[in-house]
Design a protein around this ligand. Structure first.
Ligand code: GLU
Length: 509
């Protein structure tokens, strides 16, 4: 396989549950690599293990990738030259390769029952052996075609005895995996076991199906998680046994827990309060719901940007990348060897960056949906102005309400702490005078309001803070919020006057 060939990569998840963000990152890197090289990105569903099949998982994976903007060129629902792309629909295809290996003496049939396999492991354990594998050390004492001979094997197969097909790992060979991230990885074949390639239920195992499909689908680069590195020597050997050229391999570093101690898990997300799935997932068995980035209010582009930088670095200070920029800049040589710590704060930071860079009316439209759910009918123009005032203080659109609810509902309570600090005995009198000033302003714009209030403060020699803090308290109900004059302008003169009156009446120390 030469590099001149068209790049073809695949993301090959097993539908055993929701797609973890580590899986999304693998899909993303495959996608970026394909697009960067004008190649093809394929989605292949590896569903040969019926016991681990989880209903809804495949749909979830497809919807998740779609939300992320990781669009596949070939795959379920899209089709392509190498269809079908679901291994359960390719079932018939794998057996011939297992048979080829059997005929070449590179695989054998094994009839061992679960009890026999357990007994072998127990015996080896009792003997103090650290290696309890089914392999060169043990295969000759087991119930397989190597020990019972071809005739007996045939008889048993004809009689319908369940059996598996195992690879026969060669003795004392050095197997080399050239990994684009890790470099040259050497493994002694004696450390590998005779993995099952074909199961008694007539389905291939992951190893066989994966190699056969990567070959038939003309995959040029296998980019996948580091957890598959231990399987890579077996895969390299299978390519050799089948007489095929192996693709290039790149094993991506793990996504680590925020403290760096081990792989990021769903439990870390639950414990520390961040999603580990792109979309919400409802466990079909328990009904438990795990939240997703989408439901938490992350923008798709912020999520992708954050994820891209967990393991890859552009070699510059740039942190904000659109998908197109990621495609332009991505290269496997800049993927690190060591795991990347997940940083929930940084994820929020990315969302904030994307939020503040979006147009106010776009954000206002999103906020309008939230307001509608709260039964607030208002107009886009007004909301757009509010958004421009509060967006610097928000990480998510869902934060807008907390930052701006006072625009839609006059305060009915006032923060006691602020009252204690800012509402003095002379404040009601001062607010009454302020009310008169406000009532006298015709051109009710922030600059004018400010100039008039400053004039009033100077004329009466009162403290700026004393007036402004009490004014803020009556308008918003506390000591928070954006520029006070802009709040006043947006509320409008009548509402400001009403709120001053309500404050004077309702705030008591
Ligand atoms: N089906 C495997 C998984 O679920 C694919 C591993 C690979 O990419 O080879 O991750």
């Amino acid at each position: 396989m030469t590099d001149k060939q068209n790049v073809r990569v695949r993301f090959a998840p097993s539908p055993t549950g929701p797609l973890h963000i580590g899986g999304v990152r693998t899909a993303l890197y495959n996608y970026l690599f394909a697009k960067k090289n004008n190649g093809t990105f394929i989605l292949r569903i590896e569903d040969t293990d019926q016991n681990r099949y989880v209903p809804g998982a495949e749909e979830y994976i497809i919807e998740g990738l779609k939300w992320c903007g990781i669009i596949y060129d070939e795959g379920p629902g899209v089709g392509g030259k190498y269809e079908p792309y679901r291994q359960s629909e390719r079932k018939e295809l794998y057996r011939q390769y297992a048979e080829q290996l059997l005929n070449q003496g590179k695989a054998y049939c094994a009839f061992d029952t679960a009890e026999e396999l357990d007994a072998m492991r127990e015996r080896l354990k009792a003997e103090g052996s650290s290696n309890q594998q089914y392999g060169a050390q043990t295969r000759h004492g087991m119930n397989n075609s190597l020990t019972i001979g071809d005739e007996e094997t045939k008889k048993r197969i004809d009689a319908g005895d369940p059996f598996v097909i195992r690879i026969k790992i060669p003795d004392h060979e050095t197997i080399v995996v050239n990994d684009l991230i890790r470099g040259r990885v050497e493994v002694q074949s004696d450390l590998l076991d005779d993995k099952v390639l074909f199961k008694s239920d007539g389905m291939p195992t992951y190893h066989l199906a994966n190699i056969v499909d990567d070959h038939l689908m003309e995959i040029t680069h296998v980019i996948r998680g580091e957890e598959w590195l231990p399987s890579a020597p077996l895969h390299v050997l299978l390519y050799k046994y089948l007489g095929w050229e192996a693709p290039h391999f790149a094993h991506l570093p793990l996504l680590l827990k925020p403290d760096g101690n081990g792989k990021l898990s769903k439990r870390d997300g639950d414990r520390l309060g961040f999603p580990v799935f792109p979309l919400q997932w409802k466990d079909p068995k328990t009904g438990d719901i795990s939240t997703g980035y989408r439901e938490e209010g992350y923008f798709q582009d912020a999520f992708i940007n954050m994820l891209a930088l967990l393991g890859w670095n552009p070699g510059t200070e740039q942190e904000i990348f659109s998908m197109d920029e990621l495609i332009k800049s991505f290269s496997i040589d800049r993927v690190g060897k060591s795991g990347s710590k997940f940083d929930a704060q940084k994820a929020k930071w990315f969302n904030h960056q994307y939020l503040i860079s979006k147009a106010d009316d776009e954000l206002a439209n999103l906020f309008m949906a939230d307001l509608k759910n709260r039964n607030i009918n208002t107009d886009l123009n007004f909301v757009t102005k509010i958004v421009s005032l509060v967006k610097e203080r928000a990480e998510f659109v869902k934060d807008f309400w907390g930052q701006s609810s006072f625009f839609f509902e006059a305060p009915t309570t006032y923060e006691p702490k602020v009252i204690k600090k800012r509402w003095k005995e002379n404040t009601p009198g001062m607010m009454n005078e302020l009310k008169v000033v406000i009532a006298g302003i015709d051109d009710f714009r922030a600059e004018v309001i400010k100039a008039e209030i400053v004039k009033f403060i100077e004329a009466n020699e009162i403290g700026m803070g004393a007036v402004m803090n009490a004014f803020r308290l009556v308008l918003v109900g506390g000591g928070f919020g954006p520029d006070l004059m802009k709040i006043a302008e947006l509320l409008g003169k009548d509402e400001v006057i009403k709120r001053i009156e309500a404050g004077i009446e309702n705030i008591s120390r």
